[in-house]
Ligand binder design. Structure first.
Ligand SMILES: [Zn+2]
Length: 334
């Protein structure tokens, strides 16, 4: 049984146990280690992948009482399935026999240079994210974006410029490092924050070549014409001007994000490449159909619009925003 509280936090109640879905509960399911999904601390045990537990420790030192990758509560089994979003990201499957419930967390079904995409999990009830749940979000093929990035970096390097690429510190940054390594033979400089995440990727078998800004190699690399990967929120014209003054070189900047396709997002950089760790609209619709779910809840981003479009396709869908309790009510059952 799905519960929403007045703050929009979602949990699933099974065997009198509250399973927090990327929020606190008697059991805390953490779909992945992006900070908007991770608890700051947790007295309850975590249900998450080994990789997510390691990334949480590396990134935020979240205190918790251990984690497990599967669990049984009476007659109900809890298990995990890949969600294709970042290293360690998982969907949770709560199977009580009469109702098999799946929560996707952030979801990507397209393969990347680092990972295979998520495979649909058949279920009765589905809770799916809808970050890019509007029909206008139709992402280019990943390989086409990889080619655009490499062509642009080659052109800037050939012009004698340094290049700074921006992406989320967990996920996109590692993908950018891999593109530079494999497609261009470049070992980029990365921030220490990104380096900490790259180290976890490496421990889990994903080879990445990079140097960190604080290392001796990083200091030397900064003296030459360099290519760097930094957190997206740090990459802008002010940063480029500061680096240009310090190193006496022209700095070319770009970001890689799905929001590059949104006209309302202005990026203060030379180029914005459309590269997302989420499904686009068609990917979400296909995923919902493939699960065969009889009831679909939609959360995040354009949830009302996506639920409305699903209904037009004959799906029994409801936006979580429409199931929040009214004032005075504490929770709402779905
Ligand atoms: Zn995420």
């Amino acid at each position: 049984m799905l519960h929403a509280d007045s703050g929009g936090r979602l949990s699933y109640i099974a065997e009198n146990t509250k399973i927090g879905l990327d929020c606190s509960g008697d059991v805390n399911f953490v779909s992945h280690a992006h900070m908007d999904h991770a608890p700051s601390s947790s007295k309850a045990g975590l249900l998450c992948s080994d990789e997510t537990a390691e990334l949480l420790a590396a990134r935020s030192r979240v205190r918790h009482n251990g984690h497990s990758q599967e669990m049984t509560l009476g007659e109900v089994d809890l298990s995990l399935a890949d969600s294709g979003h970042v290293l360690g990201s998982r969907q949770v499957i709560i199977n009580g026999g009469a109702d098999k419930f799946v929560y996707t967390g952030d979801l990507r079904t397209e393969d990347s240079i680092l990972f295979k995409g998520a495979k649909p999990v058949e279920c009765d009830t589905l809770l799916i994210e809808s970050t890019y749940g509007l029909p206008r979000f139709s992402f280019p093929k990943r390989e086409a974006t990889y080619s655009d990035i490499t062509s642009w970096v080659k052109q800037e390097v050939a012009s004698g410029n340094c290049v700074v690429l921006g992406g989320y510190a967990l996920g996109k940054a590692q993908e950018l490092v891999k593109i530079l390594n494999e497609r261009m033979g470049i070992t980029p400089i990365v921030s220490d924050e990104i380096g900490d995440v790259c180290a976890v990727y490496k421990r889990h078998g994903i080879h990445l070549d990079y140097v960190t800004t604080s290392s001796d190699e990083g200091t030397k690399a900064l003296m030459r014409n360099f290519v760097a990967v930094l957190s997206q929120n740090k990459v802008n014209s002010k940063m480029a001007s500061a680096l240009s003054r310090e190193y006496g070189k022209k700095i070319s900047t770009a970001v890689a994000t799905g929001w590059a396709q949104s006209p309302s997002w202005g990026f203060d950089v030379d180029r914005a490449f459309c590269l997302s760790d989420h499904c686009d609209f068609a990917g979400l619709v296909d995923y919902v159909a493939a699960t065969g779910a009889r009831k679909v809840y939609v959360n995040h981003g354009s949830s009302r619009e996506f639920a409305r479009d699903l209904k037009k396709k004959g799906v029994n869908a409801l936006a979580v925003d429409d199931m929040r309790p009214a004032k005075g009510q504490k929770t709402l059952l779905g």
